[in-house]
Design a protein around this ligand. Sequence first.
Ligand SMILES: Cc1ncc(COP(=O)(O)O)c(C=O)c1O
Length: 361
Amino acid sequence: MKVHNFSAGPSILPKEVLQESAKSTLQLKNIGMSILEISHRSIDFLNIINEAKTLTKELLDIPNTHEVLFLQGGASLQFYMSALNFCGKHKCSGFLDTGIWAKKAINEAKKVSKTIKIGSSSDKNYSYIPKNISFNEDFDYIHLTSNNTIYGTQIHSFDFINKHIKTEKLICDMSSDIFSRRIDIKNFDLIYAGAQKNLGPAGTTLIIIKKDSLTNKEDRPTYLDYRTHINKESLFNTPPVFSIYVSLLTLRWINKNGGIINIEKKNIEKSNALYNEIDRNSLFFGLVEKDDRSIMNATFDLYDQNLKRKFEELCNKERISGINGHRTTGGFRASMYNALEKESVNKLIEVMQTLENKNKK
Ligand SMILES: Cc1ncc(COP(=O)(O)O)c(C=O)c1O
């Protein structure tokens, strides 16, 4: 049964990745054991995690200055851990407030240092990316959320940050757009992303960290210190073996499908098609300023709320799943992660057109 899965996360994974991971839960290759029952110190798992790191580095063109880690605790743990490790002599960090995830990061960082919002789009329900920012403060680091999963905004160019802000370090939560587009990794000191959108099942968190950026020498709880995990190559304690294995399968899939350049091209095609329909269709409108629209999560709504039930019924009939907006924003949200095929976007567009044809004034 074909379901068009637009869920915001955990979300759609490539079918062949699911098939291979299903097989591996019974038997990994020909080793006679399931991926779920092998030691994380075994050669089979070491090969898996090493290949996952190598592929991540190759696909994202990560320079040797940076290390790749697979940790646990989700992006939510990174809100605190990043602040703890990157808080430096200024005891002050700057945040771009682009909504709920950014606010959660701010609240955790407050426990470690002074935090300043260098910009906020709260005045318009986070429907844009604030870019005209200028501050004289000296910051230890600036924290950004590249893609705001809930509101459907995305930072398309990071240039505006370095121009008017005094900071040496840049941290970015890329949970919902990592591997979806090309990124110049060398500009970032820390990137973190929960796996459960473009990478694999929930359980592991991808960390890309610039090794010499950890200048804060303070003693920290062992587990919350990036140096622990760098030194132990992500094997300080038992890692989430299955989540890392499925992530490897997804990385192989990205590689096989032309790498990030090709994935990005497809993501732009898919999102352009849907946004064109949102703008064309007389029943719908987009919730976000056009320049800041996300290629991953498109948010939109109906002018006439009386049509909501009808639209949902049509979606259900066509097995379109997961397009309800976040509980705090309402409306609709179509998440178009890497594994979502264009065919699914076309189906959603078709349903929007059917609704329009049935309800022409
Ligand atoms: C941008 C962003 N940051 C952080 C999170 C929280 O991630 P986790 O559940 O892995 O802690 C999410 C979850 O959807 C997210 O979209």
